[in-house]
Design a protein around this ligand. Sequence first.
Ligand code: NAD
Length: 274
Amino acid sequence: MEIHGLVDLLADAGSVVAFTGAGISTESGIPDFRGPQGLWTKIDPSEFTIENYVNNPEHRRRVWRMRMERASERYEPNAGHLALADLERVGKLGCVITQNIDGLHQAAGNTAVLELHGTTHRVKCLGCDARMPNDAVFARIRAGDDDPRCEDCGGLLKSATVSFGEMLPTDVVEEAFMRAESADTVLVVGSSLVVYPAAGIPLAATRMGARIAIVNAEPTPMDDLASVVLRGAAGEILPAAIEGLRARLSPAFYGEGVVQVDDDGLEDRNGRRP
Ligand code: NAD
């Protein structure tokens, strides 16, 4: 695995923004959508539109049933999430902009996380936009209410995630563009980079002069724009890169001249292999 390019990029960076997709969570056991084992190989995405949710009570009941079947599932952050939390800890990472809805960046310890597609850990009212904890709504469903409504306004309740055809939260999207466009480096992890408007965020950053690194299992349409492309598992690549970065940032590196940065090599004080 050739991670030295990524270590160099991160070491030189003044302000990094991470842009993550479903691929960073597959190693936690959550399937992505478009990978070879993705959810779209098993279910039909065209059903999961906001229009169908609003207009089709039977679809809503099915969606709640699916939620309840998975309500007890618990997922843990993996080595990729933990490496991004480390990147924040060493002062390099300004924020994580994520398409994910699983909350695993926060669980790993990242404090600045912008969730473009909402969160599966809350329920929202489509009428008055109130947010509420899952448990309160799940208890009502268990008690027999199979199509729950908002207790304040009577509006339809739905997972606080963004479905196909639904508006992304404007304030979050604006902040994400602003943060990405003012960063000098964008680290893309586990995204097919085909879902817009989210994929427009790293693209906008490159137009403002940011350098981009892509860590993904498969090719993406933006690989040609990237300074560094690493193809493989985020849970292996990111920890190796952070280890290399820590070595580069440590006083011992500058004092001793040579340190081990990963299993396959050494770097000198200028970050080059001897
Ligand atoms: P995507 O499913 O379109 O693409 C995921 C990409 O990650 C693929 O290109 C795949 O090759 C790559 N990948 C898979 N495992 C990887 C690994 N271990 N290391 C590196 N790369 C890996 O995902 P997307 O671009 O995020 O878009 C899909 C949409 O689905 C998002 O909008 C998101 O809201 C939603 N989604 C979220 C979750 C989640 O919260 N965990 C899961 C599935 C889908």
